[in-house]
Design a protein around this ligand. Structure first.
Ligand code: 13P
Length: 336
């Protein structure tokens, strides 16, 4: 077993999932201001430290994705954030893209940037303790999009990123996110997501990326937020599995879904349904940002930053998602 494969499996095996706490300062500012908290480096650190020291990180969260600011921060105890994550038996990871920028010749779409100087940045992050990385390509669905340019250029960037991450002995999380925005049907989402993922693997293979040392982070197959044609949890599950079965090579050890704007309960229930009927060899788990943090952040703000209450809310979410990652979640357990 290669080292990269071992790291990937350590992050996602046995119902463990990933906490995506890698919001850029811009995104984190929006999240904090929405609950009327000032976005300062101290507040960003305090909220994240509260999450990372929660009881259920141990045993449930195999990896935590950090942002550049956070991986370099120290807590009052003098420990670094990666130290705190290792102490909980989890692995620190790092978002390494520098964001989605306007795509030339298709200006309503984006290309994710960050390849310039990436090898040097990766080396620094490895020294700081990171053992896995994340890069997110973003695609939208309309009658014209995602365009061939967006599909090709983002797949190419994801593959170049993944090759560099592996060169620096870190597992790349490859995240092609097809957004939920719009009124498209689930069937359209299935078609476009499959095309996007297939192209990503075509490029990963061209770039000789070791697929056993990769984690795929896709969206689930859902109708657009504004679609009038809703589908059942069973259909979300069967369409998501159908998409991944046909577009992901067997060597890939696991898939960790993003939540993409689903509510905490929806993201948990859908993951549970997927695992209850998972007939593939892939581990299917979570790599949630909003669907793990929403209630905890609300509690943090409403309780005047009370650590116990915030950790209680977060622990519950993590526990439920880890049950869902094993197909063992139920509405009853959620209520308890
Ligand atoms: P959400 O789960 O909030 O979609 O975030 C996951 C993520 O890491 C997006 O890049």
């Amino acid at each position: 077993m290669s080292e990269l494969n071992k790291i990937a499996l350590k992050i996602i095996s046995g119902g463990k999932g990933i906490l995506a706490a890698d919001e850029s300062n811009g995104t984190m500012t929006k999240r904090l201001e929405a609950v009327r908290i000032e976005s300062t480096p101290e507040n960003r650190l305090l909220f994240r430290e509260t999450l990372f020291t929660s009881k259920n990180i141990e045993g449930c969260i195999g990896g935590v994705i950090l942002y550049d600011e956070t991986i370099k921060q120290k807590t009052k105890s003098g420990k670094t954030i990666p130290d705190i994550i290792y102490e909980k038996g989890s692995i620190p990871g790092i978002k390494v893209d520098t964001g989605a920028k306007i795509l030339s010749n298709s200006p309503d779409e984006t290309i994710t940037e960050g390849l310039d100087g990436l090898r040097e940045r990766l080396k620094k992050y490895h020294e700081l303790g990171a053992r896995f990385t994340k890069w997110r390509g973003v695609y939208k669905i309309t009658d014209k999009f995602p365009s061939k340019i967006a599909i090709h250029s983002n797949a190419h960037a994801l593959a170049r990123y993944a090759a560099l991450a592996q060169e620096c002995e870190m597992v790349p999380i490859v995240e092609p996110e097809v957004l939920m925005n719009g009124d498209h049907t689930a069937l359209e989402c299935l078609k476009k997501t499959s095309e996007v993922i297939e192209k990503c693997f075509e490029e990963l293979i061209i770039h000789k990326v070791d697929l056993k040392g990769v984690i795929l982070k896709p969206n689930m197959i859902l109708p657009g937020c504004d679609s009038k044609i809703k589908i059942s949890k069973e259909e979300v599950s069967s369409k998501t599995i159908e998409c991944l079965k046909k577009s992901v090579p067997n060597e890939v050890p696991g898939i960790a879904f993003l939540s993409g704007g689903q509510s905490e309960i929806e993201a948990t229930e859908n993951l549970d349904f997927i695992n209850k009927s998972n007939n593939t060899n892939f581990i299917m788990t979570y790599s949630y940002g909003r669907a793990l943090q929403q209630n905890a952040l609300k509690t943090w703000s409403e309780s005047d930053k009370d650590i116990n209450q915030t950790q209680k809310a977060f622990n519950k979410r993590v526990e439920m998602c880890t049950l869902a990652a094993q197909g063992k979640w139920s509405k009853q357990l959620e209520k308890n």
